[in-house]
Design a protein around this ligand. Structure first.
Ligand SMILES: [Ca+2]
Ligand SMILES: [Ca+2]
Ligand SMILES: [Ca+2]
Length: 682
């Protein structure tokens, strides 16, 4: 009797809400022990990524359980060619804006995809791409990629994660290593975000122009006009045979920020380190088109952005203009003990050497500080540590620590799919720079290359529009006294929007803008957060536009890299928030919360609209004792995770339930759940 009644109610709901039912997100599971003929549930997971892709629709989440997925076949064959390309996994199905397809590690577990078993010489004796991304609006998180092979010497590199057409994708906490080619390589596509990813110990041993010549940590080479907005934030590249980051032959600009690179140009896992002659060995390569200028150069070459990065102990250059014909933008980088710390070699077609680079607030120390800066050309070089007008000479005492050493040994020599040498638990090797990330995925906070309290680099920079502490920005990547590190709080909870109602009909507890905090009130070590994504603004954590949702509560600012806590900050609530009206209530509108001393927190929070209520999209600037900004983030109220990162230009996470649609969808989901539970019992 009870069952009949439930069924009836569910059926009625389904009929009434059927136009919305299709949008209800599903969750799928994949496990090394699964089966592709299973239902894809937690209890009966799929076995392969491909099967999960077939099942997943826009808005769905696929969870990969921990363990090793040993891949031995590709989706195509070389067809007799030794130079064709075979793809092991092709992600060709797209999500949509606001409804990405999520491919995520199951929380707390590490799914490892190992491609070193694709050794069949009959079918696969050509180039390999392990995870090829042609789809858009995909969100990959927490997945380990390893073992991409080269099987002959007829080619350049193979590729770990290879983006050839996909746009608006997000790659977070991905770990790509021991591939015979770059860990990540973007060839075509725009607005792809790489957040907190690691790429290390990659070596293209069999590349036809020399062992190690092309295995970069991260390659960004968008080859189509309009492929803008590709960005790397909070990533690390170490011990790759070629370069950490390489932007050669790009039609549009790429950005790398708050990222670290070291030990490039050496053979992975070989103690010494052991030089690879063919491996270039640069930390950050800022563009260029080869020498002589290659045919790939567009009429107006893009200006790549390289800022707030740390580069050290790379074989060749820490920061390198790499024959760019225009001024790459180099701001606030720290470069230490590389062959040359800043090499600004540019070129004018066809092959006249010049000096390029828009350089501000950079900090060089150890070995050769700069080179190729006096060849003429457009170079614009001021407020850097080597600028004689600053009157300073940097020494070790300007840093909390410059102590660095490689590992004493590795468990195994390099091989594709081999063993990582320096584990996250090792806080000694590499000055701890390869050690575990913080809980939110941001980089660890360590004394290495942070400024000492008496550092001559403090306040020697010029204001470039980024948050800073004290009288002026410091030189280098780590602002002294910037607190908050990774999770700075901006001002004291600046509130954006007080009485905004999100969504009139439906939705549950929509929150517009969720307790954002920008700037910081104190880091763990009281040291500046270079990588602080303070106030990774969460714009509504659980569905926006609820009936009683408050629009734009507590704007989220970003402690950001140099965000400082507004100790005496007084967050002021938003004003004139307007409630939702019939499904399009905006929550937390037009709020200008002030957080922190002179910091502003939260503005323009909208909580929930009829379908995609965004709440608390706030541009909180908060929290620096002087001008630390609390976050320039646009929190979307409908997001289930984060509204937007701040301090960085990272993509916002996808929105899910929102406004009235969210409510209806939830009801519908309940109906679906009821139906599914019965179905699976069968
Ligand atoms: Ca190279
Ligand atoms: Ca390279
Ligand atoms: Ca300062």
């Amino acid at each position: 009797m009870t069952m009949i009644r439930r069924t009836t109610i569910a059926s009625v709901l389904m009929v009434l809400l059927s136009p919305l039912a299709a949008s209800a997100a599903n969750t799928w599971y994949v496990a090394p022990t699964g089966s592709d003929s299973a239902a894809g549930t937690m209890a009966a997971p799929f076995a392969t990524w491909g099967r999960a892709q077939t099942a997943a629709a826009a808005g769905d989440t696929v969870y990969f359980r921990g363990g090793t997925y040993k891949i031995t076949t590709a989706t195509n064959t070389c067809n007799g060619s030794t130079t064709a390309t075979v793809d092991a996994i092709v992600l060709s199905k797209s999500g949509t804006s606001g409804n990405m397809i999520n491919y995520w590690a199951y929380p707390g577990e590490t799914p490892k995809f190992d491609f070193s078993g694709i050794t069949d010489m009959t079918n696969y004796n050509c180039r390999h791409s392990s995870v090829r991304v042609t789809g858009s609006y995909l969100y990959l998180k927490g997945i380990e990629i390893t073992g991409t092979l080269q099987l002959n010497t007829d080619n350049h590199e193979s590729w770990g994660v290879y983006i050839t057409g996909g746009s608006n994708n997000k790659f977070e906490l991905m770990n790509s290593h021991h591939n015979m080619g770059p860990g990540f390589f973007l060839q075509t596509g725009g607005n792809n975000t790489f957040l907190n990813c690691d790429s290390h110990e990659n070596e293209d041993t069999l590349t036809n122009n020399g062992d190690g010549q092309s295995a970069d940590g991260f390659g960004c080479h968008p080859n189509k006009a309009g492929n803008t907005g590709n960005i790397f934030h909070g990533c690390r590249a170490w011990w790759n045979s070629d370069d950490g980051w390489d932007f050669i032959n790009s039609q549009e600009a790429c950005t790398v920020e708050y990222s670290w690179a070291w030990y490039q140009g050496y053979k992975p896992d070989a103690i010494g380190p052991v030089t690879l002659q063919a491996g270039n060995g640069n930390g950050f390569k800022g563009g260029g088109y080869g020498d002589p200028v290659g045919t790939a150069a567009p009429a107006t070459p893009p200006q790549h952005i390289v800022r707030f990065n740390v580069s050290f102990y790379n074989k060749a250059n820490g920061v390198y203009a790499n024959h760019s014909p225009v001024n790459t933008i180099f701001y606030n980088n720290t470069s230490y003990n590389n062959g040359v710390d800043f090499n600004m070699l540019g070129i004018v077609a066809p092959m006249t050497d010049i000096s390029v680079g828009l350089l501000r607030n950079n900090l060089a120390f150890g070995k050769t500080l700069t080179s190729e800066t006096g060849l003429g050309g457009p170079i614009d070089d001021q407020y850097n540590s080597w600028d004689s007008s600053l009157g300073i000479t940097i020494s070790a005492s300007d840093f909390q620590s410059t102590s660095f050493s490689g590992p004493a040994s590795c468990p195994a020599a390099y091989s594709a799919g081999g063993t990582v040498c320096v584990l996250p638990t090792d806080t000694t090797s590499f000055a701890g720079m390869a050690s575990a990330r913080q809980a939110d995925g941001s980089l660890p906070v360590l004394p290495f290359l942070h400024l000492s309290s008496t550092s001559k680099a403090i306040d020697k920079g010029t204001n470039l529009g980024f948050p800073y502490v004290g009288k002026a920005p410091d030189l280098g990547a780590f602002e002294y006294g910037a607190t908050g590190g990774t999770t700075g709080t901006g001002g004291t909870s600046a509130t954006g929007g007080t009485t905004g109602t999100g969504g009139a009909t439906g939705g549950t507890t929509g929150t517009g803008g969720a307790t954002g905090t920008g700037g910081a009130t104190g880091g763990t070590t009281g040291k500046g957060g270079t990588t602080g994504t303070g106030g990774a603004a969460t714009g509504g954590t659980t569905g926006a536009g609820g009936t009683t949702g408050t629009g734009g509560t507590a704007a989220t600012g970003s402690g950001g890299t140099t965000g400082t806590g507004g100790t005496s900050a007084t967050g002021s609530g938003g004003s004139s928030a307007t409630g939702g009206a019939s499904g399009t209530g905006t929550g937390g509108t037009t709020v200008t919360g002030t957080g922190g001393d002179g910091a502003t927190g939260g503005s323009t929070g909208t909580g929930g609209s009829s379908s995609t209520g965004s709440g608390g999209a706030s541009t909180g600037e908060g929290g620096s004792s002087s001008t630390g900004s609390g976050g320039s983030s646009s929190g979307t109220g409908g997001t289930d995770e984060t509204g937007a990162t701040s301090g960085c230009s990272c993509d916002a996470a996808p929105g899910t339930a929102s406004g009235s649609v969210g409510g209806l969808a939830l009801l519908c989901l309940l109906g679906l759940a009821a139906l599914r539970s019965r179905k699976r019992v069968r």
